[in-house]
Design a protein around this ligand. Sequence first.
Ligand SMILES: Cc1cc2nc3c(=O)[nH]c(=O)nc-3n(C[C@H](O)[C@H](O)[C@H](O)COP(=O)(O)OP(=O)(O)OC[C@H]3O[C@@H](n4cnc5c(N)ncnc54)[C@H](O)[C@@H]3O)c2cc1C
Length: 398
Amino acid sequence: MDLSYGDEAEAFRVELRSFLEEHRAKAPQGGSGLGGRPDQRTMDWQRLLIEGGYAARNVPREYGGFGAPPDPLTRIVIDEEFARAGVSRGISGQGPDMLVPTLLEHGSEAQRQAYIGQTIQGEMVWCQGYSEPEAGSDLASVRTNAVLEGDDFVVTGHKIWTTSAHFSDMMFCLVRTEPEKARHAGLSYLLLPMNSPGISVHPLMTMTGKAEFNQVFFDSVRVPRQNLVGERGDGWKIANATLVHERNMLGSASQIDALFQALLRLARTETRDGRPLIEDPLLRDRLMRLQGEVLAARWHASRLLSTKLRGEPAGVAGLVVKLTGCELAHQIASTALEFLGELGTLYEHSPHERAGGFWAFQQMFSLGLIIGGGTAQIQKNIISERGLGLPRETRGDT
Ligand SMILES: Cc1cc2nc3c(=O)[nH]c(=O)nc-3n(C[C@H](O)[C@H](O)[C@H](O)COP(=O)(O)OP(=O)(O)OC[C@H]3O[C@@H](n4cnc5c(N)ncnc54)[C@H](O)[C@@H]3O)c2cc1C
């Protein structure tokens, strides 16, 4: 079996390595995060990455991307080299990673032209308005309604757990437009400007101590009809397309690899009794077990990409990504906290904290990601029912 990547991919690696060496001082520290809008430094870095073909690589040129055809080996090399260098991948999140691919699949030409370029550049920030107090795991229970009046939809209702809504420009939103139809058939997918009159945003604190998500109230908010993605009643199908991208983003092998590389750096630099942690055989054993799982995630991602390029269905292999990836990220962060011992429990504002409390933050944040985008229990239901063909669970409405 030949596991080498071939001459072309290795030449690309050399080019990327020299790019990273030359430009790494320009990269933002700590990625774009959820703390706020991308700053100028992050946007400049993103522009450089897109020009070089290291971000938005497969987004067509007419929408501001690099325009390369999808290629699993190039993708792997990019993942490996950014993780190895410990350098920011630029701007990620709900806009670039979830909405942009959804618009490429389901959006109108006018919507692609209006939104994709600004989104991948970080100029337009998006939030996801799906969950409601009575509609989380059971998303088809969405009640926020949108009534067509002339050329506008008039939206009234309440979303919750809306990450980044307090600094977003736009929301992609699941609303009920056909109340008379069956639950799943009555939904539509709207693109909603967050500065529209009638929207109020109330931040909610997560366990990280930061206000990352929000409640959003809509009081007769007018949204132009052309902001509907697909047709009226297509909302369930399109929202699920976005969810597939969300689950792949949350369980992303490259992010997990980058987190694991950070753990390795920690094990090399932190000391116990004067020796680097990585020299402790028990801790090395823990690292090797995790490394095995990280490598499995990486090769699994490559296999999925190859399957996609061949036009074959991913099947159950595609359904496990979110569950396994988010749990692995949480294990890596928890391992880092154990390695740090008492220091690991220090969070913000302690003079002894490590890396600005990065690992304590990651440990709490990654726990939230096991819930967001569909909980671990719901992922197991999906894997068993849709992937393995086991009998469907009994639901209240069936
Ligand atoms: C950090 C974070 C960020 C988020 N960001 C967003 C966002 O930007 N936009 C957005 O729309 N939403 C967001 N969410 C909301 C998220 O999608 C929901 O929290 C999630 O889908 C679960 O819904 P719920 O909170 O209503 O819990 P519920 O659906 O009430 O579930 C409660 C518990 O019951 C379990 N459960 C429910 N139904 C079943 C079942 N059929 N079988 C087995 N177990 C079941 C669940 O697994 C869970 O443990 C975010 C959540 C978190 C934690």
